[in-house]
Ligand binder design. Structure first.
Ligand code: SAH
Length: 227
């Protein structure tokens, strides 16, 4: 997708957008300063209107590099985190068919959907999922399949996935998720209670190579569903 031609930009031009391209470019500069370097990730971060994922009362803070509340005790991930996880995924495996666990507001979903051909996303809180689905449909993003469910179990009837990206932190890597990776597939997941680390896991046969990437700060991955 070329800069300036995404469905999101068409949406912006239709007058729904309320913050300037310049504000988003400042965010892109900040991301680069923090070490994000993948060109497509930076381009998509710069063209996606993050304020559409927030309540109006918070939308003026949308382009700060910070996590913000989205209701139900959950947060919209920090732009740095979204960009970093996306570039790790794209650089670590072929990422044609990807599973996201923890749709939340749909912001990370909207970024990933512009970077990979097929995306599956699971959220345990149904009202959040419904709102995210509506937002992405309004933005003209239609390569995403949504599911209300418990991401600990993954998505059995859609596996295997080239890539899995988890946006909430379990105490340990869920085994079911590991086994839903395709050969050579990779998972980007925060793990830990208290102190958390972002892990990159790569599948090779029945072996899962684990690499600590950096420290992390996510809401916990929780069992069961709501709604
Ligand atoms: N990336 C999202 C924010 C994620 S916050 C965004 O950009 O808005 C983490 C999300 O994971 C929350 O919405 C939370 O409800 C969800 N979650 C937590 N445990 C889950 C589970 N077991 N299965 C699916 N979703 C889960």
């Amino acid at each position: 997708m070329r800069f300036g031609q995404s469905p999101v930009d068409r949406h912006q031009r239709a007058g729904i957008g309320m913050t300037s391209a310049r504000t988003r470019q400042r965010l892109v500069k900040q991301l680069q300063k923090n070490g994000v370097s993948h060109p497509q990730v930076l381009q998509v971060m710069g063209s996606t209107p993050r304020h559409l994922f927030l309540d109006q009362a918070l939308s003026h803070r949308a382009y700060e590099d910070s996590a913000l509340p989205i209701g139900h005790n959950q947060t919209l991930s920090r732009p740095y985190t979204v960009a970093r996880m996306s570039e790790l995924l794209l650089r670590s495996c072929k990422a044609q068919k990807v599973l996201e666990v923890g749709t939340g507001s749909g912001y990370q979903t909207s970024i990933l959907a512009q970077l990979v051909p097929r995306l599956f996303t699971i959220e345990r809180i149904e009202p959040l999922l419904n709102r995210a689905r509506q937002r992405l449909q309004d933005m003209g993003i239609n390569n995403v399949v949504y599911r209300h469910g418990d991401g600990y179990a993954g998505w059995l009837d859609r596996e295997p996935f080239d890539g899995i990206l988890v946006t909430a932190a379990p105490a340990e890597v869920p085994k079911a998720l590991q086994w839903q990776l395709a050969e050579g597939g990779c998972m980007i997941i925060p793990v830990g209670t208290g102190e958390q680390h972002l892990l990159k896991i790569t599948r090779s046969g029945n072996y899962f190579a684990k690499e600590k990437v950096e420290s992390a700060n996510f809401v916990p991955l929780v069992n069961g569903t709501i709604g």
